[in-house]
Design a protein around this ligand. Structure first.
Ligand code: SF4
Length: 400
């Protein structure tokens, strides 16, 4: 667990005017690093227009999985509301850091790679928010110091994961009971996290992923090349629960249904390196567009940004689409639809399999949940959402 010490140095705001030599420097500014210019102004003093006195130093520990990390971007506005002018450090596993890059509400991004993580030993925080229920997250916390910890902790003797405060009890218990998780709970995970971390009332803050200007230009170029009405099919999912993706045959049926309803629709296959082979198979059978799958996560975000509507199982692709402000059609097999808020920008479709949800990692049912999704409904929901795309997309800037 994180260490707290009697001999704490004063909060940074208390040393705002430290004499750093002949010139008083505003070392309490959120942008001040002390080793190079912050790039926001020529003169570094409190007359600088970008000067922003730092409030609480907040550590957010969310290591994985990728989709869940993207979902946790919904916490950032709530953190800033509770802790005005907070300086936010986020620790995560690679390659989740790639997705979080350029986010305007994250001040420092640290990965769990050894050389990167060692920075934590030099830092101290007012507040730590630990989202992962894992020993690894507790190990990260053991490398630093925090005055207050919310979320989850680990009992060092038994290695049991426990709520850090009573507020995390509900989320903790839901994780321990399939009955609670599948049949009792109706709150989305985003709400449960805000409540567990004591971040104030849940205001349904949106996901946010930030593309650079260059990435947005490339997305616009692909959009132009692909056509005026683009549905992106996110074809894959992580190997942990492999049933969150449709079969090749399922994708082919869906593509036929989409074309039957809208002959002008352009269909793009989305995904990463692990989906290359499947996407090739689907494209050979249907002559749809294959987006690049070998160019990394940010390139995948660019392709997704170029789509009007994204169809996805409950996987990273779904969370990425929400982070990019896309309209989404989400289908659910082994996992719980009520845990995912689509922010009124999409529609959910649940498999007709009676065994759903189950959260199983292996399954030998003769007919699988992903084959019992209504492809005709998936197609009609997608086409209905496409017709909404003439109206402006919702704002993509996170609001505090
Ligand atoms: S038990 Fe049912 S819902 Fe779960 S993976 Fe198997 S088929 Fe899908």
């Amino acid at each position: 667990m994180s260490k707290t010490k009697e001999s704490q140095a004063p909060h940074p705001s208390a040393v705002a005017n430290i004499d750093a030599g002949p010139i008083k420097l505003p070392i309490d500014c959120r942008h001040f690093t002390g080793y190079k210019p912050c790039g926001k102004s020529e003169t570094c003093d409190k007359s600088c227009a970008a000067y922003e006195p730092t409030g609480a130093r907040v550590l957010l520990v969310h290591l994985g999985a990728l989709g869940a990390v993207v979902r946790s971007t919904t916490l950032l506005p709530a953190i800033r509301r509770k802790y005005p002018n907070a300086h936010i450090t986020w620790v995560t596993d690679r390659p989740a850091d790639v997705l979080l890059r350029h986010h305007p509400l994250i001040d420092r991004l640290i990965t769990t790679d050894g050389r990167d993580l060692i920075q934590l030993r030099a830092l101290r925080f007012d507040v730590a928010l630990v989202i992962d229920k894992s020993i690894a997250a507790a190990g990260v916390m053991a490398m630093t110091e925090a005055e207050q910890v919310f979320g989850f902790r680990v009992d060092p003797m038994s290695a049991a994961i426990l709520p850090a405060t009573p507020a995390a009890d509900e989320l903790w218990r839901i994780g321990l009971s399939d009955h609670l998780k599948f049949h009792v709970n109706r709150k989305p995970e985003t709400q449960l996290m805000v409540e567990a971390l004591e971040l104030g009332p849940w205001l349904r803050d949106a996901y946010h992923l930030q593309l650079t200007e260059a990435e947005l230009s490339e997305a616009a170029r692909r959009r132009l090349a692909w056509g005026p009405r683009v549905v992106g099919l996110n074809t894959g999912c992580a190997a942990t629960i492999p049933f969150k993706k449709l079969s090749v045959e399922g994708h082919v049926k869906l593509i036929h249904e989409l074309r039957r309803r809208d002959p002008d629709v352009r269909i793009v296959l989305l995904g990463g390196r692990e989906d290359t082979q499947r996407n090739r198979q689907i494209a050979e059978l249907t002559n749809v567009i294959e987006s690049p799958t070998e160019s990394g996560l940010r390139d995948g975000m660019i392709s997704m940004m170029a789509c009007d509507v994204v169809v996805s199982g409950d996987s990273l692709g779904l969370h990425m689409a929400l982070g990019l402000g896309k309209r989404v059609v989400a289908w659910f097999g082994p996992t719980c639809a009520h845990e995912i808020d689509l922010y009124d920008r999409g529609a959910s479709l649940i498999t007709q399999a009676p065994c759903s949800p189950c959260w199983k990692r292996s399954c030998d049912k003769p007919v699988m949940c992903y084959d019992l999704v209504s492809f005709s409904q998936l197609a009609s929901l997608s086409v209905a959402l496409l017709s909404e795309c003439r109206s402006p997309q919702p704002s993509r800037e996170p609001e505090v």
